[in-house]
Design a protein around this ligand. Structure first.
Ligand SMILES: [Mg+2]
Length: 317
């Protein structure tokens, strides 16, 4: 079983007498009714050294990555992040590491107007768990279900930068150096919070791209019970990918992961200029269209033929 099947099989129980829960397991975050006009959006993510980031990553970048990827899930719901809890597992009481981590962590909390309201500290292999809480007007949250046949599929930025940067850092055979922006995207992704807010009245579905467009768009298709055609020539490949072998570029852009862009669907009657009026805080690129085929994602290549990926997205199990 992969991670999604494990969750489905062992942990996705029916909710009993919980009318406050508007959205449970299976999206970027859960939604809980708070009052007549507000809902709470909650997500949690764990980053483990050597799994989610390379051993030896600076404490500053551990702070960047662990907090920003969590905020990306809140952004994908169209909510405003407000509070976080932090569970830190450290191999040792290292004041240099703690100084570097906390300095950057506190800086980010200030930049994003977040409050750290609790947590836990334990000894063990380096791992950081953050629970993020956001707030949203009642019924306004974006979710993975809701894409309709005919909707267009969009992404908010170039794909594959972080995946290529990681490959470059791990693989001494690669001699094409990623740009500074591409390297920064690996450890300091920019959560699309403002864009998430702008999408509330436009998008029919939304997800953040953490495991690669192929896997994450497939979540939208499964939750919405629709299929899609994606045109490989319309994918916004990150700059350095354009200089790589085409199959490798496609793999990195679609299955590499760590992009933390948003993927969303919107009705086809919204023109590019309609969208430009509403989406002012991010670029956006149309990459395909939702159809009625049974939750199948077709990648359409140069020759209009269906393209088969050489690898699959990141899987924990
Ligand atoms: Mg997510």
């Amino acid at each position: 079983m992969n991670e999604f099947e494990i969750i489905e099989h062992y942990f996705k129980l029916p909710l009993i007498n919980q009318k406050e829960v508007k959205l449970g397991i299976g999206d970027d975050a859960a939604v809980i009714s708070l009052s007549q006009d507000k809902e709470l959006v909650v997500s949690i993510d764990t980053l483990v050294e050597g799994v989610h980031f390379l051993k030896g990553l600076s404490p500053k970048d551990v702070a960047n990555k662990s907090l920003l990827v969590n905020l990306s899930d809140i952004a994908a719901m169209g909510a405003t992040p407000r509070w976080i809890t932090l569970s830190l597992t450290l191999p040792e009481n290292n004041s240099v590491w703690l100084e570097g981590f906390s300095k950057q962590f506190n800086k980010l909390l200030k930049n994003y107007s977040l409050a750290l309201i609790g947590g836990d500290l334990t000894k063990g292999p380096l791992s950081i768990t953050i629970q993020a809480h956001g707030i949203i007007p009642k019924g306004k949250f974006l979710q993975r279900s809701g894409a309709k046949p005919g909707d267009y599929i969009y992404v908010t930025g170039e794909l594959g930068a972080a995946a290529y940067a990681l490959r470059y850092l791990k693989n001494t055979d690669d001699n094409l150096k990623p740009t500074n922006d591409e390297l920064e995207k690996l450890n300091k992704p920019e959560p699309k919070i403002q864009t998430g807010l702008e999408l509330r009245d436009i998008a029919t579905s939304c997800i953040d791209i953490s495991d690669g467009l192929f896997t994450d768009l497939s979540h939208i298709l499964n939750c919405s019970k629709v299929g899609a055609d994606v045109k490989l020539n319309d994918i916004p490949y990150s700059k350095t990918l354009l200089k790589l072998d085409k199959d490798l570029a496609i793999d990195l852009a679609l299955t590499g992961g760590d992009d933390y862009e948003l993927c969303f669907t919107a009705p086809s009657n919204l023109s590019k200029s309609d969208l430009e009026k509403k989406i002012t805080t991010s670029k956006f690129f149309k990459v395909g269209r939702i159809n009625q085929l049974d939750s199948k994602l077709n990648l359409i290549g140069d020759d209009k033929k269906i393209y088969k990926l050489k690898s699959v997205g990141y899987q924990h199990f």
